[in-house]
Structure formats: structure tokens, C-alpha cells
Design a protein around this ligand. Structure first.
Ligand code: KIV
Ligand code: NA
Length: 275
């Protein structure tokens, strides 16, 4: 399994870091088999798996439940679990308690939290407690209500300057990596060059030290809105729907199951039974 220092070396050696989300056992297994460097149990879980319209509804129990399944599927991959909405702003102590719970219950290697400003002391506190922290800047889905929707961030010089400063402060606070979501690629370039820790981009261009995508988006699994920055690496939704429709049809018209898909009792047992 790779470690946080491996990721820093990868950045130094210009080797890209790969990350995708997973929320269950089979997906985690696929990710590990594909050689993924890191798996994120993202709170995007709320939208792509649980059907909520934002990440606000995701709980600690949800993250633990799915984090455990991912761990079982990918025993040798660096797993990161998102701290859900409202679990790291109350107090430093409650943030630490929640992070410890996520680490101990799921067996993850790191937690991820959105934001800088009042989150910086949290990053520092968790890091001092021995918990690797991945920061998350740019578009912060947990703050979509405050930001006024899911929009590209850091487009003005002033906003970009603040993001560069925030990224440096996250590194200073001890973060082991920074996710950059939905920011202009030029800004990703600047931030990546300014930091020793790796940047992991999503909708942030090619200049990040690594890339992350939401599993359901990259393979088109589900009916949710897929953002513009996602490339369709597979389209599993169509064959899944076609297969399910065929199953319904074949059960209705008696094509399935046949003897081939049934169990047969031996003749002598049948005569013993019915005489
Ligand atoms: O929850 C998630 O999937 C994330 C990624 C978008 C980085 O935080
Ligand atoms: Na997230």
C-alpha cells in the first residue's frame, strides 16, 4: 500500500496520482485491481448512491457503513474517507472525535475535509493527532448553499489569490494533499508548483499532480447530472438497463428460467416421492 510520503515522491518524480471514488465492495475491488493509487469514499455518496440532492444529508454512520465495505474490497489501497457535513466545525475536540471514529471504524488511511479559514486549525489538530488529512479547496459541495450553487471557483484574480494562499495554509497546517475542485487550469498550475504536497484535481485541468473522479460519473452509472469536466470512460448504465428490461420481459413471457437454470431431482427420488 502506498503512503503519504510515496505520494509526495510521486509528485517530485512527475508521476501522476490516480484516485477515484468508491462506496461499496465490488467497486473498491475493481479500483484496486486497476491499480488505483487512492480510493476516496466521498460524501458524493449522498447523491450518486443514496439519491439525495446534496451532500448535506450524509451522516457519520453512512460514511462508516460504506467506508467499511470499501476497505473490505480494497485491502491494499490507500483509502480516504470524507468527513461529512457538520462534523468538523463544532469544536476542535468534536472534529477530532469524529475523525478518530472514521479512522477506527473504517480502517481508512486518511480523512478529507472541505475548506480553509476556520478549518485550518482542524487540519492541524487532526494531523498532530496522527491522522493524515487531505484538504479540499475550490468548489466545496458541502457549502453549495453558501456559494450559491455548484460553480467554477477562483475565476477572478482576487479569488485566485485567496485560493493560492489557502492552499499554502493547508500545507502549512499539515495537510498531506489538497483536492482542487472546479478551478481554472492556470490556477491549478500555480498552486501545484507552490506546494510540496500533491494537488489532486477534479475539473481543475491537467496541471494537478493527480486526478480524481466520481465513479458513477466516469462510467455513466445512474441517471444523475454528469458535470462537463467528466470524460465518459465507460457507459455501463445502458447495458444494465437493457439487461434488467430483458429479465422483466423473459419472466413475463416465460423464456426465463429454463431447465438449464433449474435444479432437477433424480428419477428414482421422484418415483419414491410420487409413487
Ligand atoms: O465526495 C466526493 O466525491 C469528492 C470528490 C468530488 C473529490 O469530494
Ligand atoms: Na466530498
Amino acid at each position: 500500500m502506498k503512503t503519504t510520503s510515496n505520494f509526495i515522491s510521486m509528485k517530485k518524480n512527475d508521476e501522476k496520482i490516480t484516485m477515484m471514488t468508491a462506496y461499496d465492495f465490488p467497486t473498491a475491488k475493481f479500483a484496486e485491481e486497476a491499480g488505483m493509487d487512492m480510493i476516496l469514499v466521498g460524501d458524493s455518496l449522498g447523491m450518486v448512491v443514496l439519491g439525495y440532492d446534496s451532500t448535506v444529508f450524509v451522516t457519520m454512520d453512512d460514511m462508516i457503513h460504506h467506508g467499511k465495505a470499501v476497505r473490505r474490497g480494497a485491502k491494499d489501497t490507500f483509502v480516504v474517507v470524507d468527513m461529512p457535513f457538520g462534523t468538523f466545525h463544532g469544536s476542535l475536540d468534536s472534529a477530532l472525535t469524529n475523525a478518530v471514529q472514521l479512522m477506527q471504524q473504517t480502517g481508512a488511511q486518511a480523512v478529507k475535509l472541505e475548506g480553509a479559514d476556520d478549518v485550518l486549525p482542524v487540519i492541524e489538530k487532526l494531523t498532530f493527532a496522527g491522522i493524515p488529512v487531505i484538504a479540499h479547496l475550490g468548489l466545496l459541495p458541502q457549502s453549495a448553499g453558501v456559494l450559491g450553487g455548484y460553480k467554477v471557483q477562483g475565476k477572478t484574480a482576487a479569488a485566485a489569490e485567496k485560493l493560492i494562499e489557502d492552499a499554502k495554509l493547508c500545507e502549512k497546517a499539515g495537510a498531506c494533499a489538497v483536492v482542487l475542485e472546479c478551478i481554472p487550469h492556470q490556477l491549478t498550475d500555480t498552486i501545484s508548483k507552490a506546494l510540496t504536497i500533491p494537488t489532486i484535481g477534479i475539473g481543475a485541468g491537467a496541471q494537478a499532480d493527480g486526478q480524481v473522479l466520481v465513479f458513477h460519473d466516469m462510467v455513466k452509472y445512474g441517471t444523475h447530472h454528469i458535470p462537463k469536466f467528466v470524460k465518459e470512460f465507460a457507459n455501463v448504465g445502458e447495458p444494465i438497463l437493457a439487461g434488467i428490461k430483458q429479465y422483466v420481459e423473459e419472466v413475463k413471457n416465460g423464456t426465463f428460467p429454463t431447465v438449464e437454470h433449474s435444479f432437477t431431482m433424480k428419477e428414482e427420488q421422484l418415483s419414491a416421492l410420487y409413487g
